[in-house]
Structure formats: C-alpha cells, structure tokens
Design a protein around this ligand. Structure first.
Ligand code: TRP
Length: 336
C-alpha cells in the first residue's frame, strides 16, 4: 500500500505559495494514496513561537487543508504533538544519525544565522524529527518542495541506517513525490525570491485569507518590467516578475505556461493583471471564506483533529512497538 505523508508548519500566514506549491496538489493525491497530512507544531517550536499564535495558527492550517478540499473522512489530518510517537521515534533515529550528516543541512545554516552556538538543539535535529514523521507511518511517498529535498534525502539515509543496523527491511525508503503541477510561487515584490510568510512586506504575498479587494490590490501593485508580455516561453527568460505572474495565472487557470502566454502575448501588464486578479479572487475567494468560517467554529476543527490523531496513533503505536522490539527495549507486558 502506498502512503503519503506531508506537513506544514503552523508559523504564520498561509499564502498562495503554500496553496499552489503544496495543498492543492495534496487534494489530487487523496484518491490514489492513503494520505496523512500533518500540522507540524513540534517543528514550529524549533524557533520561538507565541503560544496563543501557535495554537490559532495550528487551527488555521487545519482549516486551510479542509477548505482547499482535503477530505477529513478520507485522509488523516492531525497536529504532530497529539501523536507522541513522533518525538519517541525521533529519539531513536537521532541516536543513529551522525553529526556529520546534520552539519550538511543548508536550512539549519540559514535559520541558525551567524550565531550558530546560540541555535537550539531542536533546530539542529529538525531533520531527524522530520524523518521520524515520515518513517513512523512507513510512508512511501512524500510531496515536498525543492527546499525540503535535502531533508528527504536525509530521511532516506536514516531509514537505510536503521535497516542496516538491525539487519531488517523495516522502513521503506520514502520517495519524493514531485508534481508537474506544483508551482514555485515567487514574491510579488521580487521575482527572484520565494513568496514567504516571513517577508516583512505583506505586498510580497497573497495570503489565503486575503479578501477580494486586497488580492486585487496586491496584484495591481506587483512588480513588473516595462515590456509587454512575450509570446513564447523563451521570452520570459531574464524577466523573473513576468515569469512569476504568468506561472501564477497558469496554475490558477489549470493550464500550461504556453497556453497562458498565448492568451496574453503582446498585452500590457495592466490588462493582464486585471484578468489575473479576477482569476485569483475566483479561486482563492471561496477557500478563504471557508477557512474563515472554519476558524470561527474551532470546535468543529478541533473534532476533526482529534479524529485524525486517533487514526494516526492507531498506525503509529504498533509501529513504535515493533521498532522498540527491534532496538531491544524491554517492554513488560503490562506496559504495552
Ligand atoms: N520541513 C517541512 C517544511 O518546512 C515540514 C515538514 C515537517 C514535513 N515534517 C515533514 C514535510 C514531513 C514533509 C514530510 O516544509
């Protein structure tokens, strides 16, 4: 059986990049895979978080999954901290992860910044916890963006190290699930930078809960260049802002770049932006409205997360018992 595991950190505004790059693609996967979609709150606290904001952001990410069309009756949706097995397996895996492997992780270097000695142990072992997330369920496929590929490689290495150490084929090596349709959405202010929740300018991103006027305004203000739109994909080279806006249009319209360009070849940005704004509002409007409705009814979201946690635990607990058995932990019957 093929199983998907993926997750998003509850650390702030969800934006168009999260939607087009991740969540939208998950919706398509739920037909063909046993899907587990997590809100990784334990990963969130590898950097300081305000408790109330963390809690509400956790509900907001759950609401985004559901509003975008991830079906909680079909998929397992839960927040990581409600399944103790993530932390428990992370310890076991951490004991077999050489520091040399972790020292290669580029994301740690970026996040730790200059004062590396001041970075927390959790930030350093972040990729081990991520490996535990995936391996706890023996997931076979992991949809991740470009920036998480190194972490997924490490998860495969750790799975291999475990299997070798105990002479078993226990963990399947998780495969990256790459989408032809996943879009790398760039900042609206700088087409060479990823759209990010941590960009100080809110005009750099379209948040999933922005209202129609805000979405239209942000698109109208988006950085462009002075030329009209080109008629071919080659014409987008060295024009990162044009490329980004065309890619966003194509993704929202569900067509390829070529088709989007065919529609707007020779057009001025002002004209194209009007159409892009209408399209963005028509796709994101209903999702944002549903997210707001769900967040305003936290009991409903919490019930879905509780159901997901029960389901996730039901898979995780027997796996963890097998892992402890392999490792040689004494498990007196009464403690099982
Ligand atoms: N590190 C991932 C990110 O920041 C989030 C994540 C945590 C994840 N655990 C995971 C993604 C397991 C895929 C599988 O995007």
């Amino acid at each position: 059986m093929n199983r998907i595991f993926s997750g998003i950190q509850p650390t702030g505004n969800l934006h168009l990049g999260n939607y087009l790059g991740a969540i939208r693609n998950w919706v398509a996967l739920q037909k063909d895979f046993d899907c587990i979609f997590c809100i990784v709150d334990l990963h969130a606290i590898t950097l300081p978080q305000e408790p109330a904001a963390l809690r509400s952001s956790t509900r907001e990410v759950a609401a985004a999954y559901i509003a975008a069309g991830v079906d909680p009756d079909h998929c397992t949706i839960f927040n990581q901290s409600t399944v103790p097995g993530h932390s428990q397996l992370a310890w076991v895996l951490g004991c077999m992860t050489p520091l040399g492997w972790l020292n290669r992780m580029t994301q740690f270097k970026e996040k730790a910044g200059k004062q590396r000695d001041m970075a927390g142990l959790g930030l350093y072992s972040y990729p081990v916890l991520m490996a535990a997330d995936i391996l706890l369920y023996k997931a076979t496929h992991v949809p991740v963006g470009e920036d998480q590929k190194q972490h997924l490689e490490l998860a495969r290495d750790i799975a291999g190290a475990f299997n070798r150490a105990y002479g078993v084929e226990y963990f399947p090596l998780p495969e990256p699930q790459i989408f032809g349709t996943a879009t790398r959405v760039m900042s609206l202010r700088d087409g060479t930078k990823k759209m990010s929740k941590s960009d100080p300018s809110d005009y750099s991103r379209i948040n999933m809960t922005d209202d129609a006027d805000t979405v239209a305004l942000k698109i109208r203000r988006a950085k462009t260049d002075p030329l009209p739109l080109p008629d071919s994909v080659e014409g987008l080279s060295e024009r990162p802002e044009a490329e980004n806006l065309i890619d966003i249009y194509a993704a929202l319209a569900g067509v390829g770049r070529e088709a989007a360009l065919a529609e707007f070849a020779g057009a001025q940005f002002s004209q194209f932006k009007e159409r892009l704004a209408d399209l963005a509002v028509s796709v994101l409007g209903p999702i944002g409205a549903e997210m707001k409705r769900l967040v305003a009814a936290p009991d409903h979201v919490d019930a879905i997360l509780a159901r997901g946690a029960a389901r996730a635990n039901a898979v995780a607990e027997p796996h963890l018992a097998e892992i402890y058995e392999l490792v040689g932990m004494l498990r007196p019957q009464h403690a099982r």
